[in-house]
Design a protein around this ligand. Structure first.
Ligand SMILES: C[S@@+](CC[C@H](N)C(=O)[O-])C[C@H]1O[C@@H](n2cnc3c(N)ncnc32)[C@H](O)[C@@H]1O
Length: 422
């Protein structure tokens, strides 16, 4: 974080009176917890969700205060750039991280929450480092009074420039703006009947694979297992492959807990231990930049870097190329990503169209999905879900590496030490 500069010098402002509202008795504790977590995220690079969970586990905050602390931590993490702009107008000197975290928290309450200004200022000042209380009080009072003229959309919406630029160029200005606004609202995951918490869009993708009883299905990139366990409900045999060992363990734990009966494989989808043409359906829910999930992953927007797009496109191409060799003739391939860049969606479909002419695109799903080249896109603003892109194909005779149904065997070529029936 660079030095803090502004065109206006900081002027001391008289302290606000003590507030005798309900917030005065409950909120300071929640704000202190939130401030500490924000400090860890900013100074130590901690993940907001992990740092928050750890901090909350050490407190006896009420449910209401936990919710309040969570809203502040996630909100400030998302809206950090906007909060910094609000503050920087009134600060001329470099701030120490604890003071910066406190000011961001105050600015967030004033600009983006419905906390009354007097309470937002007084209660935030109450948890500021002692020597900085005057400064925090003065700056927050100015923030609460001054009109805001945002310099640009990236600052107002609080995203890195490249994310805004990329989505404007890929989706068009209006769709991009609405997508970015939608992802500034907290994500709404749903709880499935079996207790698993999942975004509705993931359930829709799993349904669109269209698994039937007794079919052999591969989820090539399966952890933590939301889609695989959902696909297994109907009686298909689902092989759930995952590259990273710790995530494969998590996948296996989820499969056991949900009694999903997944065959968990810890392997690289780019060189998987399966026979050619042995699956009826394959889902490649590929690793991606995750730009459709920024609503539920508050710090992700600051962690992804632009080169990640090209790096991931190379991995995605490898995965779909390999998936095709594992698909039986007449089988179904579904490629999905929870991101909104063209390169990771239309770009992969272009690659498939050029290199695998025997793959025939299948019809796209109805609204809230909308057509996206030969596939479909689900924008976050369409139904309040995560953003996704999805392409479905049927493998016809012209696809390289196919064999007729029944000639392949999953088990014959599996490294059985890597497979666990859970
Ligand atoms: C989008 S997530 C999958 C989400 C999962 N399908 C679900 O619904 O729960 C992508 C996963 O692919 C894994 N992955 C990354 N590279 C991989 C590779 N080469 N082979 C297999 N899995 C890979 C990541 O570790 C991550 O768990």
């Amino acid at each position: 974080m660079g030095p803090w500069r502004s065109t206006r010098a900081w002027r001391p402002v008289r302290p606000v009176k003590k507030v005798k509202s309900r917030e005065a008795t409950t909120a300071p504790n929640a704000r202190a917890v939130a401030r500490d977590v924000l400090l860890r995220v900013d100074r130590d690079g901690a993940y907001a969700n992990l740092a928050l969970a750890a901090a909350l586990s050490r407190t006896d905050l009420s449910v209401r205060d936990r919710r309040f602390a969570t809203e502040i931590v996630y909100g400030v993490t998302r809206m950090r750039r906007a909060c910094d702009f609000l503050i920087a107008r009134f600060v001329t000197r470099e701030l120490d991280p604890a003071v910066r975290a406190t000011l961001r928290m105050g600015a967030f309450q004033l600009q983006f929450m419905r906390v009354p200004a007097h309470a937002a200022v007084a209660e935030t000042v109450a948890v500021a480092p002692g020597r900085a209380r005057g400064l925090v009080n003065a700056v927050l009072r100015r923030v609460s009074e001054a009109p805001v003229n945002w310099p640009d959309d990236a600052t107002r919406l609080s995203y890195p420039d490249w994310v805004l630029d990329r989505l404007v160029s890929d989706l068009g200005a209006e769709s991009a703006r609405r997508a970015l606004e939608a992802m500034n609202r907290p994500g709404k995951a749903s709880v499935r009947a079996d207790g698993y918490i999942q975004d509705r869009s993931s359930t829709w993708v799993a349904d669109l694979v269209g698994c039937r009883p007794h079919e052999r299905v591969l989820d090539m990139c399966a952890a933590p297992g939301g889609k695989a366990s959902w696909m297994a409900r109907g009686g298909a045999t689902v092989v759930a492959n995952e590259l990273h060992t710790s995530r494969a363990r998590q996948l296996q734990g989820n499969s056991r807990r949900l009694d999903a009966g997944l065959l968990v494989v810890n392997g690289d989808g780019a060189c998987p231990p399966f026979a050619r043409a042995c699956f009826d359906r394959i889902l490649v829910d590929a690793p991606c930049t995750g730009l459709g999930t920024l609503g539920s992953r508050p710090d992700a927007r600051w962690r992804i870097d632009p080169p990640a797009v090209d790096r991931l496109v190379a991995v995605q191409q490898q995965l779909v190329d390999r998936a095709i060799t594992l698909l039986r003739q007449g089988g179904t391939l579904v490629y999905s990503v929870c991101t909104l860049t063209k390169a990771e969606s239309l770009g992969i479909d272009d690659h498939l169209a050029r290199t695998h002419t025997g793959l025939v695109p299948l019809d796209g799903p109805a609204e809230p999905w909308r057509p996206w080249g030969r596939g479909s896109i689900l924008l976050p603003q369409a139904a309040g879900t995560q953003g996704m892109a999805l392409f479905r194909y049927q493998a016809t005779g012209g696809v390289r590496g196919h064999e007729p149904p029944g000639t392949g065997s999953v088990a014959s070529s599996l490294d059985t030490s890597a497979v666990r029936r859970s």
